[in-house]
Design a protein around this ligand. Sequence first.
Ligand SMILES: [Zn+2]
Length: 366
Amino acid sequence: MEFESQQLTMEEKLENKRKKLNQRKKKKKKEKQYKLLSYEELPEYMKENEYIRNYYRAEWPIKNALLSLFSWHNETLNIWTHLLGFFAFLGLTLVHLSHHVPEVADFLGHLTWSISTNAVENVSSNLGTFFVEAVAFIKLPVSLQADADVVESALPAAAAAARWPFFVFLGGSMFCLLSSSACHLLCCHSRRLSLFLLRMDYVGIAVMIVTSFFPPVYYIFQCDPHWRATYLVAISAMGFVTVFTLLSPQLSTGKFRAYRAMLFSGMGLFGLVPAAHAAVLNWGDPRRGVTMAYEAAMAAAYLTGTVFYVTRVPERWKPGWFDLAGHSHQIFHVFVIAGAAAHYGAAVIFLQWRDQVGCEQSVHTL
Ligand SMILES: [Zn+2]
């Protein structure tokens, strides 16, 4: 009897051991599934840049892909460069809105406080007034805004310029930076999602280029509605054509990298037309030099970034050396942020200039 029970416990022990071993094997298999891969191990649709040799994520579940925001792989810096850029632009948007919409100023103030119960109770009514005020503010040649405590309104009273083109640019930049971050974070999930996100990324780039045209074209040609509309419609049409061309899945592959760069650069270079026109108009303002310098810095940043994007320098010189940090796409991202920042600088000056110089004071009109 005793012997039997001893045998039983022996068997139970063996069974337990077997179970544990199996569990360990399964766990290992699971871990292995989400290990970082080399270029050769990738599914065909992910083979995009053969000079980046290792640290790829492939076919990861969404949850693991989302969590990989906080771990090292070859997309980590691509995600963070544009995510931080997005938050910087979001901050700028809130700061500009707060000059005009008291609820945003309150919100920024509250960020440093703990939220009081009272504030929570008031949220719904505050949100209501916030939207009404925000819409009124963004919509309009803000003659109602004479009492606003902004720098520009302290200047002699030409009717303040419309704000919406400035916010269109900020919104377009945020959309581009966010869709790019999402693409770099989640494209590793599946072929279907990667195709969708790559398209969103291209739409984002086109939107950023088109919306970048709004502040300079709107404020420079404020007094020439005909030219203002012509340029804005032309660049928007180019944006649509570019996006529709890039909807073909084939054009998302590595082979067409230079072709994509050409389409986007073409849109950017279209800016030379209104720029030359503006120079001919010769609006006699001393700030013209400063805005030109900002816009030249923007063009230089975008072009340099594009050169890195197309040539895949430096990783082509030392494949495998720049997998985690320093490869061309990360450098391209940094130049995109620099270009957008320079353009933001120019847009602020255009806006301030138009607040002071209304159409009746403008020397040259067509
Ligand atoms: Zn990117």
